[in-house]
Design a protein around this ligand. Structure first.
Ligand code: PLP
Length: 356
């Protein structure tokens, strides 16, 4: 198989160990002689997979005993609804920061259930920066932010200090660097960016927040139901959680400190070339540049099509920017090796020579 450098924004590149384990399990899962996708989710072999995935999340993030970890369905997008349904009571207000398409969708959904205060927004400059000067009112039901803006390529490297319950959408940068997970009341992440295939969403909730949850929520949208049933209230996304478990094993074996070193080296390599090469320019504020999704454009827009074609010839895949912003986007998730970034940088330099 020829080596394709996979810069896809999601679903995205996964560690080879997780792919290999999945291929094997599709033939013979855990010595059962059956395929992973044809066994009961209540078999002891599969229950062990979910238990290990949950434990790996707790271990990697050093979560205290105050936290519950579950794997749900409906993507990160369903969390936009479940959060206000469970945690925004009548008469209270939720605070949001609007830093991009996903944050904006979280706001839109929350407004269907209650009062929302958008404390800050970077919509005025096409989401090219992270707003920093805003206060968080003490009486909010919760404060919601998005740690990495997958589509625009900005990232939050520090989180606000507040007594209000802190909720974060970490879909596209969870496990990419060390951070203090115990400062959050809830963290969620769709698996398909940095943790596994599409089909499951990791949700981490502090027990003290759970105690405040609205009891009158439809069963399938009630966090407590899923937690009380160990991610097995209904049939979970069997295959997706299995791949997450293997990806989490790989993440744990690397450690988040090493992961950050690796991710920083990749991002630095690419941003340095974008800043040096006169054919390219970055699109977001330098201090808010994401290490996961690098957005850039060609200074001469007419060359964009031919650069993307050139990339394809060089086996560089998934570089077209999101349809809502255009340009280019290189996603450098955990599993992407630095050799792939080097191949992209080489292509940018060759393209510069051919076009000057
Ligand atoms: C992709 C993404 C989502 C949406 O995830 P789905 O699983 O497709 O619903 C939400 N938030 C962020 C930050 C994302 O990158």
């Amino acid at each position: 198989m020829s080596k394709i450098h996979n810069f896809s924004a999601g679903p995205a590149i996964l560690p080879q160990s997780a792919i290999d384990a999945s291929v094997e399990a599709l033939q013979n899962f855990s010595g059962t002689g059956l395929s992973l996708i044809e066994v009961s989710h209540r078999s002891k072999e599969y229950e062990a997979v979910v238990a290990e995935a949950v434990q790996l999340v707790k271990d990697i993030l050093n979560l205290s005993a105050d936290y519950e970890v579950v794997f749900l369905q409906g993507g990160a997008s369903l969390q936009f609804d479940m959060i206000p349904m469970n945690f925004l009571p009548a008469g209270k207000t939720a605070g949001y920061v609007n830093t991009g398409v996903w944050a904006g969708r979280a706001v839109k959904e929350a407004k269907m259930f209650g009062d929302v205060n958008v404390l800050a927004s970077s919509e005025d400059k096409n989401y090219s920066y992270i707003p920093k000067d805003y206060a968080i009112p003490e009486d909010l039901a919760y404060f919601h932010c998005t740690s990495n803006n997958t589509i625009y390529g900005t990232e939050l490297f520090s989180f606000p200090k507040t007594n209000v319950p802190l909720i974060c959408d970490m879909s596209s940068d969870i496990f990419s660097r060390p951070f203090d997970a115990n400062q959050f009341d809830m963290i969620y992440a769709g698996a398909q960016k940095n943790m596994g295939p599409a089909g499951t969403t990791l949700v981490i909730i502090k027990k003290s927040l759970l105690e405040k949850a609205n009891a009158k929520v439809p069963t399938m949208l009630n966090y407590k139901v899923h937690i009380d049933n160990g991610s097995m209230y209904n049939t979970p996304s069997v295959f997706a959680i299995f791949v997450c478990m293997h990806t989490l094993r790989w993440i744990k074996s690397m450690g988040l400190e090493a992961m950050e070193v690796r991710n920083k080296a990749k991002a630095d390599l690419l941003y340095t070339e974008i800043d040096r090469n006169p054919l390219f320019v970055g699109t977001v504020a330098a201090e808010d540049r994401s290490r996961m999704n690098v957005n850039f454009v060609l200074t001469n827009k007419d060359l964009e099509e031919s650069f993307l074609k050139y990339c394809k010839e060089k086996n560089l895949s998934g570089l077209k920017g999101h349809r809502s912003v255009g340009g280019l986007r290189a996603s450098l998730y955990n599993a992407l090796p630095i050799e792939s970034v080097q191949a992209l940088v080489d292509a940018m330099q060759e393209f510069e020579k051919a076009n000057s």
